[in-house]
Design a protein around this ligand. Structure first.
Ligand SMILES: Nc1ncnc2c1ncn2[C@@H]1O[C@H](COP(=O)(O)OP(=O)(O)O)[C@@H](O)[C@H]1O
Ligand SMILES: [Mg+2]
Length: 237
């Protein structure tokens, strides 16, 4: 188990958002966190990353209790977070943006060796032709690929992706889906938050459905699709 989130309660000031969330992710898995807007998906990622410390419960990463550690320390341990807002540097080129993400591998355990710009370009071929383009001139999809690529340059062992498909055109979402599955085929472990259940379930081995800060359902994608109520509510089939 690379990540274990045990019964966490997280609030912003007086407003309590998570009410006992437990999730786990195995090495090499892609796990989806699904749920409507505002149910606490991002707050769960922030709790893992140490951006908002849980008030109760634990976050265990590679067997080590990291609950409430500051984000820069969690990142150093090999957790890469791609937030919802695509924060690229608009005045830097694509190549320079990627360089800003470079960090040496945590514990030397980055699977296939250290990430390079060439390796990022293999996953995201579109970026290969845009090396000199300023970040600010990229399309939404290209910016999303660049933010994921930049995080990969930090050699994460666990990638937290927050709504990567949000706001992207269907054809771009399809490209992104292929790219993330390539990443998964390379052995990357991924925790993926999405409102787009179709996109997420295509990529994932298992899913958790969050409602009002609690896990309403957890299981494999097959189990999710076999559950008529959940399927109707979340997969729109
Ligand atoms: N910084 C914040 N301060 C106060 N409330 C917040 C903050 N961020 C998010 N919230 C609230 O927490 C709830 C859960 O938000 P979030 O985790 O972003 O949900 P999701 O990612 O599932 O859409 C929402 O009601 C949201 O308004
Ligand atoms: Mg969110």
């Amino acid at each position: 188990m690379i990540l274990e989130v045990n019964d966490i309660y997280t609030s912003y000031g007086l407003s309590q958002i998570l009410f006992g969330i437990s999730i786990n992710v195995d090495q090499g898995e892609c796990v989806a966190l699904l749920g409507r807007n505002g149910v606490g998906k991002t707050t769960t990622l922030r709790s893992i990353m140490g951006l908002t410390a849980p008030k109760q419960g634990t976050v265990v990463y590679k067997g080590e209790d990291i609950t409430g550690r500051p984000a820069f320390k969690v990142a150093k341990l090999g957790v890469g977070f791609v937030p919802e807002e695509r924060r690229i540097f608009p005045d830097l080129s694509v190549r320079e943006n990627l360089e800003t993400g470079r960090k040496s591998a945590a514990n030397g355990s980055a699977g296939n060796g250290e990430w390079t710009i060439e390796r990022v370009n293999d996953i995201f071929p579109i970026l290969a032709g845009l090396g000199d383009r300023k970040g600010g001139y990229l399309s939404g999809g290209e910016q999303q690929m660049l933010t994921v690529g930049r995080t990969l340059m930090g050699n994460p062992d666990l990638l937290l992706l927050d709504e990567p498909s949000e706001g992207l055109a269907p054809l771009v979402v399809r490209d992104l889906s292929e790219q993330i599955s390539r990443l998964k085929a390379e052995g990357m472990t991924i925790l993926l938050c999405e409102q787009n259940a179709k996109f997420a379930t295509n990529l994932s081995d298992r899913a958790y459905i969050i409602e009002k800060g609690q896990v309403r359902f957890s299981g494999t994608i097959d189990e999710l699709q076999d559950n008529a109520e959940i399927r109707d509510q979340y997969l729109g089939l």
